[in-house]
Design a protein. Structure first.
Ligand code: ADE
Ligand code: ZN
Length: 326
């Protein structure tokens, strides 16, 4: 078996996936028709042609616009099920999935509708395919901390159904410190915390996410390679990074895959995991990320074993649950 075959075939976890970012153009048009909505694109090909991003913001503008087709519980169920079906084909057995409630509640979709639909999809995948999932409720950092506080208030009646909290959306100009009080409240609820940091933002944002927000994991973190002291700390404290290689290339964080900091992060002994971020928009699911990484770096079998073991080690499942897969 080649190292690539090993990586593709072994059971794995995905820890950085925005469910709204798994909305394929085909499903977007299907949901638009079902809900009587007109997308501002003539057809699937025209929408796909718009997937030419110059940075994170240019992607987010399209991502939020497409999310408008998600209206009903059934829509969120179908979205979740489509992702999990595709994830299963990549031998993903466990997924920790982010959702952005504010993208939907701002349009008048009740929090309860979003959550119930996503849970229905996850439940079908558990029953039919034995897949395990956790939901991470993510706050949009381009909004004010007060707005996010109100969203947290809205989530409180459902708090037992939310596993963890995260922070995403436009990073530059919205440092983690802006959400110090919000994350203190989330921590007091006893939930694990994650935050996007060091995707487009500087290493200082990663330090803030650790020191101020007290996150257990950093989403992306790829700019950590610019700061030796940060690398040393991430290694010492065994802070996992959920790296999304195709995303970083598509959003021009790196000019091409060969420039990616992944080998440097691994060389420092960091707990790196591979993930697909927004697979519908960035050229593929986890399997496609693995192929692209292997083409660029030709990793050996031991490196792939480490990466796949890291996906469980960095997850929020218990040792006992993990033992089933490892
Ligand atoms: N929301 C969805 N994808 C994201 C990304 N890559 N960075 C920040 N926010 C996001
Ligand atoms: Zn992300």
């Amino acid at each position: 078996m080649t190292p690539l075959e090993l990586a593709l075939s072994c059971p794995k976890a995905e820890l950085h996936l925005h469910i709204e970012g798994s909305l394929e153009p085909e499903l977007a048009f299907e949901l638009a028709a079902r809900n009587g909505i007109r997308l501002p694109y003539a057809d699937i090909a025209a929408l796909r042609a718009a997937y030419d991003f110059e940075d994170l913001q240019s992607f987010l503008d399209l991502y939020y616009a497409c999310a408008d087709v998600l209206r009903t519980e059934e829509d969120f169920r179908d979205l979740m099920l489509a992702y999990l079906r595709r994830a299963r084909a990549d031998n993903i057995v466990h997924a920790e999935i982010m959702f952005d409630p504010q993208t939907h509640t701002a349009r008048g979709i009740p929090f309860a509708t979003v959550l119930a639909g996503l849970e229905q999809g996850a439940e079908i995948a558990r029953r039919e395919w034995g897949m395990s999932t956790r939901l991470i409720m993510s706050f949009l950092r381009h909004l004010s901390e007060e707005e996010c506080m109100r969203t947290l208030d809205e989530a409180l009646p459902f708090i037992e159904r939310i596993h963890a909290f995260g922070l995403d959306s436009s990073e530059l100009g919205h440092p983690p410190a802006k959400f110090a009080r919000l994350f203190a409240r989330c921590a007091a609820l006893g939930k694990p915390l994650v935050a996007h940091a060091g995707e487009e933002g500087p290493p200082a944002y990663i330090f803030e996410a650790l020191d101020i927000l007290k996150v257990a994991r950093i989403d992306h973190g790829v700019r950590a390679s610019e700061d030796p002291a940060l690398l040393e700390r991430l290694a010492r404290e065994e802070i996992p990074l959920t790296v999304c290689p195709l995303s970083n290339v598509r959003l021009c964080v790196f000019d091409d895959m060969r420039q990616h900091s992944l080998p440097a992060l691994l060389a420092q002994g960091l707990c790196v995991t591979l993930n697909s971020d927004d697979p519908a928009y960035f050229g593929g699911y986890l399997g496609n990320n693995i192929r692209a990484v292997q083409e660029a770096f030709d990793f050996d079998a031991a490196t792939w074993r480490t990466l796949m073991a890291n996906s469980f080690r960095a997850s929020f499942v218990s040792e006992a649950e993990r033992a089933v897969w490892l």
